[in-house]
Design a protein around this ligand. Sequence first.
Ligand code: ATP
Ligand code: LTN
Length: 333
Amino acid sequence: MDEKRKVIFSGIKPSGALTLGSYLGALKNWVALSDEYECYYCIVDMHAITVRQDPAELRRNTLSQLAQYISCGLDPSKNVVFIQSHVPAHAELGWVLDCYAMFGELSRMTQFKDKAAKNADNINAGLFTYPCLMAADILLYQTNLVPVGEDQKQHVELTRDIAHRFNTIYGDTFAMPEPYIPKVGARIMSLTEPDSKMSKSERDGGGCVCLMDKPDDIMRAFKRAVTDSETEVRFDPANKKGVSNLMSIYSAATGRSYAEIESEFAGKGYGAFKLAVGESVVELLRPIRERAEDLLKNKDYLVQVYRDGAEKASRAAARTLRKVYKKIGFVER
Ligand code: ATP
Ligand code: LTN
């Protein structure tokens, strides 16, 4: 008999346009791992509303994100691709896990502290308990591996702590998930402010490149990328943040090592380097954008994908939720 395949779960919020950071930090690995594992890839719309969203835009971003998942190479016939709010078990297990996570633990989460500082007028309870819903996402599917960027490592570690706590009280219930973080591209920084992470929410600063951006916009963003007052293309993240970030992007886009990149641009200066990085990203993203644009013309297909995904995910999630409810003493329906 075949050994049961290991399970992968990951998700991205439809809180804006997908960025090059999310692609290199997460999505690229989702695609690479999808042949080997049983994969659940989610659009986590319930997480997105922890920060205020415009309803029409949220709906548009969700569908567009689904198209981009597929255009990045996720085959919906091999992977379960679905929308979080379509599977109520996420909210149900999320509530249970709220009761097994500690106030102190949640208070230490870096993402909470960052988002609370940026949204001082809306520090809602959902923003605070966000990691419990993320733990529910992961634990519902008996997940072994969670491919994410580096910023999510702390949340996956908290998920492990919650799972361990629950398993200790009630006996083995949840598989213990591990984060899976890429060696290159785990933390892509803003092109204009290389001290902060490239993210959807800072689009206006010009430091962000999105998967659906047109070649001209991508080239403009790379031409304006912040470097330093030297001229040498050298990987030194402590002292040359901007250049090192561009090298990470170029390395992830072309597969070249840092040493190869350093010799490729020895004596050539930053102008040629920035153009080459921009062109490599244009070529990387071109087929993704074109395919997504085509898919977005076929709404019926996308509806069929997310309905089918929700059905499969619901089946798997129900098994874990039933087990949890029984263990904690809820009367069976
Ligand atoms: P927001 O700005 O709304 O918080 P975001 O741009 O940070 O969103 P997420 O939806 O939080 O994107 O992240 C999706 C996935 O991509 C996560 O696994 C995250 O770790 C990864 N990721 C996001 N930004 C980057 C980045 N700059 N570098 C590497 N990985 C990233
Ligand atoms: N918290 C993540 C998004 C997210 C996620 C998940 C990632 C929600 N649920 C489950 C991996 C697994 C973020 O802010 N990027």
